[in-house]
Design a protein around this ligand. Structure first.
Ligand code: HEM
Length: 476
């Protein structure tokens, strides 16, 4: 213990963190890490020790450098907590640079839409299912109406959209208006444990060893993670069958670039979870903050109406059209800033063997540097964003005159997707979905919060569990 304390004794932070991980684990368990980090960085500066071998960094330029394409930092053991199957890595948790490059070469053509005619049509189909569900079941102006949980439906939408893009098949959450196979229920129950085990990846990895590995979810389970593995596995097996007709989707692109059945299983199951939770969160937060800021809500609707009247946007809106609407873009960036989708994820990167100096603090090789959990703090720093940093005000993006300041604001918010060699593979897909979903919902409906005293339940666990954004939906 003394040896461990000694290595990073010069790094500022609460003294106890030099001797034990328990201090950080406790804060993680009580789900206040994102707020605690604000207090820590205000007190100790941009580099703070949070456990014997772990530090957080609260500085935009340092974080960009750590993840830059030429950086020698590597992904830490923390990522292994995201493994789908014992002993098998997917893109998110592969740390070896050669293996990462190889997997990226196989996957990025599919993730960029190059091999599959883009993503617009699949996203349009999923949005159409959502609109159909609202029109069919939830509209109402009078005393009789059906309360609509936009938070849960955003999750259903994101499952269906991902299915459309990945294997040309929506699992049908929106059509059924139901948490099929209890996937959300089981994931909400499991995530708080995974969140805490992320602090102790070595303990988590024990669950992947005999005999505990037999308790893990597996193909063929009726519910939860295992049911999804089985569901996705069937698409993979069918598509690998010699008689199968090739399709223009991500699965086909991955197959065409030489991925094996097992690699496909790991990657498609990974994206089913990391690509949906995050996107659903961003949709929920943007809608929640629009609903609670009528001026912004109305200004966005005006922008959409004027653009439609002048023939500048189609129905459904195209991604390129949405990108040319300044207020929509400001709303989306402000939504990602105000409650970043993965505000408490540690995303540890390991300092290369020679060590590194960050903001004047030397970190020896092998130190774990958290690159994700300072997002909340970076996105709310009053010294950078202004006194209203904690308010949702899309106008801040349109008012800024200084180009350098705008660049720094944009880079900070883009960091919610990670950056450089570790950047989110689905960033383009996520951006396109936000552009289209927010525009299509807002141009069609007036939503009203049912209980302003309890607008939504949000629990930070790497990402956020979010439900009960209860609204009344009226057709415009
Ligand atoms: C708003 C939505 C999203 C956010 C905020 C987000 C955020 C992130 C973050 C923070 C990382 C890790 C960066 C790091 O390791 O430093 C990541 C990685 C990843 N994300 Fe996303 N993501 C989103 C949507 C998606 C979607 C829609 C997909 C798939 C369709 C996806 C697939 C992935 C994959 C495969 C990785 C691993 C990339 C690698 O390690 O090279 N994400 N994402």
């Amino acid at each position: 213990r003394i040896k461990k304390w000694y290595r990073l004794r010069h790094v500022p932070g609460p003294r106890i963190t030099g001797f034990t991980t328990l201090w950080f684990a406790w804060r993680t368990a009580r789900k206040t890490v994102h707020e605690d980090i604000v207090t820590l960085t205000e007190k100790y500066g941009p580099v703070v020790r949070i456990a014997p071998n772990e530090v957080i960094v609260n500085d935009l330029e340092a974080l960009l450098r750590i993840s830059s394409v030429r950086s020698e930092y590597r992904k830490g053991e923390w990522y292994k907590v995201g493994r789908v199957s014992p002993g098998k890595d997917h893109l998110l948790c592969i740390s070896n640079p050669e293996l990462r490059d190889k997997r990226k070469r196989q996957m990025m053509p599919g993730y960029s839409g190059r091999d599959n005619d883009g993503f617009e049509d699949g996203i349009n189909r999923a949005i159409a299912s959502w609109v159909d569900l609202i029109d069919r079941k939830y509209l109402g102006t009078g005393p009789e109406f059906c309360p609509l949980d936009l938070a849960t439906q955003a999750h259903y939408y994101s499952f269906d959209a991902l299915g459309e893009l990945a294997y040309s098949n929506a699992p049908g959450y929106l059509a059924a208006d139901k948490d099929l196979n209890d996937v959300i229920k089981i994931s909400d129950a499991t995530l708080p444990f995974i969140h805490v085990l992320g602090v102790y990846p070595e303990v988590f990895l024990l669950t992947h060893k005999w005999p505990l590995r037999y308790l893990l979810p597996r193909d063929g389970d009726k519910a939860g993670f295992g049911a999804i593995m089985g569901y996705i596995g069937k698409f993979i097996d069918d598509r690998l069958d010699v008689r199968a007709k090739p399709k223009r989707d991500m699965l086909q692109s991955f197959i065409d670039h030489g991925m094996t059945a097992d690699e496909l299983r790991q990657e498609l199951t990974l994206q089913f979870f990391v690509g949906t939770d995050t996107t659903a969160h961003a949709i929920r937060i943007i809608l929640l903050f629009l609903l609670t800021n009528p001026t912004a809500y109305q200004r966005l609707q005006r922008e959409l109406d004027d653009a439609a009247a002048s023939g500048l946007i189609s129905s459904p809106i195209r991604d390129s059209e949405a990108r040319s609407l300044p207020y929509l873009q400001a709303v989306i960036k402000e939504g990602l800033r105000i409650i970043p989708p993965v505000a408490t994820g540690l995303f540890y990167k390991v300092v290369p063997p020679g060590g590194d100096t960050i903001n004047g603090v030397f970190l020896p090789g092998g130190t774990n540097v958290a690159t994700g959990s300072t997002m909340w703090s970076l996105c709310r720093q009053k010294s950078f964003w202004g006194l209203d940093a904690e308010s949702f005000r899309p106008e801040r993006w349109l008012e800024v005159k200084d180009d350098l300041k705008l660049q720094a604001m944009t880079k900070t918010v883009e960091l919610v997707f990670g950056s450089g060699q570790f950047v989110c593979a689905g960033r383009q897909i996520a951006g396109m979905q936000l552009n289209k979903v927010i525009a299509e919902l807002l141009r069609r409906y007036n939503f009203t919060l049912l209980d302003p005293m309890k607008p939504m339940t949000l629990i930070p666990v790497v990402g956020w569990i979010g439900h009960d954004l209860m609204v009344r939906a009226e057709k415009r």
